[in-house]
Ligand binder design. Structure first.
Ligand SMILES: [Zn+2]
Length: 292
């Protein structure tokens, strides 16, 4: 899909499973299992779905001769990096992770100029770091600038006890050697790409908006991980503050309806993106599924 000066596509980087109860917090299983089937261990199928954003080529004739070659390169941006493939046998079994090799993503990863990380939980940042055959950890995209909220970076390096299992050191520590751009709150990161901030899921989660106004593409990450989470009270048990998430989600969805955003569901295995409407009972529901 083209928007502004960019071409945008989704990239499925892995499938995995998490406990259905944990994914829907206080919602009883009799309700959520109508939308999401659980396996014998009560887990539901999930995906990690990144975005790839490519700036349209600048025609050579428009390129000022004074511009250095690096600045003249079009931006090639990855949004979140999925689970990665570092899990040991126990982790693979627990989360039933099936990582898709980076070479199969259909994205020119060697040429990435930027990575936007929504936050550093393992299912979003795991793919930033690989384990080499000798056992050493290495960055997968060492030449890309990595944009992240400063609050999330600080939170990830010193998480509270309940979040320690999600902020895995093997994904966080190597990032200190990356070209980190730590952001302070909501702002435009690149022309036509804005970061919003939400704190209910974890401190300093940034969600993204590509485009201006009507028809923009929104990437809420774990603010709305699947299409089922459009229901306002369906909030993950993992969240640090359900009340904050509820308010942040409502504000996000009001804008999504008003401005007819295409909303990307990072963890939904079936629905990559859709527009949203309000039904006759005042609830936010899917409108049109969008192929992205
Ligand atoms: Zn997640």
């Amino acid at each position: 899909m083209r928007i502004g000066g960019y071409r945008v596509q989704t990239v499925l980087t892995s499938t995995f499973r998490l406990d259905g109860g944990a994914m829907f917090g206080s919602v009883p299983r009799v309700l959520w299992e109508k939308e999401r089937a659980a396996d014998e261990k009560n887990r539901i199928e999930l995906a990690t779905r990144s975005l790839y954003i490519e700036e349209a080529e600048r025609p050579a004739s428009n390129r000022p001769a004074s511009l250095p070659p690096a600045a003249a390169r079009p931006r090639r941006i990855l949004v979140d990096a999925g689970n990665g493939d570092k899990f040991d046998a126990k982790g693979v079994e627990m989360f039933r992770v099936e990582a898709r090799p980076i070479a199969s993503w259909g994205v020119p990863v060697e040429e990435l100029t930027d990575v936007f990380l929504t936050h550093l939980h393992f299912d979003h940042a795991g793919g930033m770091v690989r384990r080499d055959p000798g056992g050493a950890l290495a960055l997968n995209f060492p030449h890309a600038a990595v944009h992240l909220q400063k609050a999330n970076w600080e939170n990830a390096r010193a998480p509270w006890d309940r979040e320690k299992a999600s902020y895995m050191k093997e994904n966080i520590e190597p990032l200190a050697a990356a070209k980190l751009n730590l952001l302070d709150g909501e702002r435009e990161i690149l022309p036509g790409i804005r970061a919003g901030v939400a704190n209910g899921h974890t401190r300093g989660l940034q969600w993204l908006l590509v485009g201006e106004g009507r028809g923009s593409i929104a990437y809420p990450a774990d603010l709305i991980p699947t299409a089922s989470h459009l229901h306002l009270p369906w909030i993950m048990g993992y969240d640090r503050c359900a009340e904050t998430t509820f308010e942040e989600k409502r504000a996000f969805l009001r804008r999504a309806v008003e401005e007819r955003w295409v909303v990307v569901f990072e963890h939904d295995p079936r629905i990559a993106a859709a527009t949203v409407k309000v039904d006759d009972r005042g609830r936010f529901v899917l409108d049109e599924v969008v192929d992205l």
